[in-house]
Design a protein around this ligand. Structure first.
Ligand code: G3P
Length: 219
């Protein structure tokens, strides 16, 4: 499973990119707003940091405006993927943009039906939101499982991005279920890299090594 980072914060992207594990970036209007900077500039700067799909979301909701905005976003850089919300208007926009050869990521997906519609309209990626499904008392991972199974059964090539990831269990289960990509917040990446037994192990290795070098020096 590939890893994207779900943030518009350049420092976060830069830090995780140095691990050599980042294959792409996803943003959304809330994440861009959090940075308080110009949308186009932020997106452009992200393309300099990661050489892979960079999802930039449209901020309009009728097909005509989404298509115009999508074309403008795609002109920023070859790696831009236009993120479009899963609505009837969104499907119309995806269908036109995909015929233009523009890559799209259909976001705010909460069911298999929506994922199937998005894939059939020509979406390059679909983004089912695990955490937000869990938030309302349903099972976000079960939704991922259904989408993965149906796409495999029907040979659908649209790639599945597990989104709205809140913890390491979401990442591990998405991998086990066969999801193509997980877009992960910075905080969860940090959790993934750490384990208390690793820290404890390093601590005792360091202690033993110090004692050993002291003994050797005193001989
Ligand atoms: O980028 C979309 C998604 O990952 C947002 O996650 O935590 O706001 O539900 P969250």
């Amino acid at each position: 499973m590939e890893f994207f980072i779900d943030t518009a914060n350049l420092e976060e992207i830069q830090e995780i990119a140095q691990w050599g594990i980042l294959r792409g970036v996803t943003t959304n209007p809330s994440l861009i707003a959090k940075e308080g900077r110009d949308f186009r500039t932020v997106v452009q700067e992200i393309t300099d940091l990661v050489d892979g799909p960079i999802s930039a979301e449209v901020n309009s909701y009728d097909a005509k405006s989404m298509i115009e905005e999508g074309r403008e976003l795609a002109s920023i850089h070859k790696n831009i993927v236009v993120k479009i919300p899963m609505t009837e208007e969104g499907l119309k926009a995806v269908s036109v943009l995909s015929k233009d050869g523009i890559k799209t990521n259909v976001t705010l997906i909460f069911s298999l039906n929506q994922a199937l519609l998005a894939a059939n309209s020509g979406a390059t990626f679909v983004s089912p939101f695990i955490g937000r499904i869990d938030d309302i008392g349903y099972d976000g991972l079960a939704c991922i499982e259904e989408i993965v199974d149906a796409f495999i059964t029907h040979g659908i090539e649209t790639r599945i991005i597990a989104a709205s990831i809140r913890n390491i269990l979401h990442v591990n289960q998405s991998a086990l279920l066969g999801c193509d990509i997980a877009t992960i917040p910075y905080k969860v990446f940090k959790q993934m890299a750490h384990h208390p037994l690793t820290d404890k192990g390093i601590e005792s290795f360091q202690k033993d090594w110090e004692q050993h070098t002291k003994k050797v020096e005193n001989k």
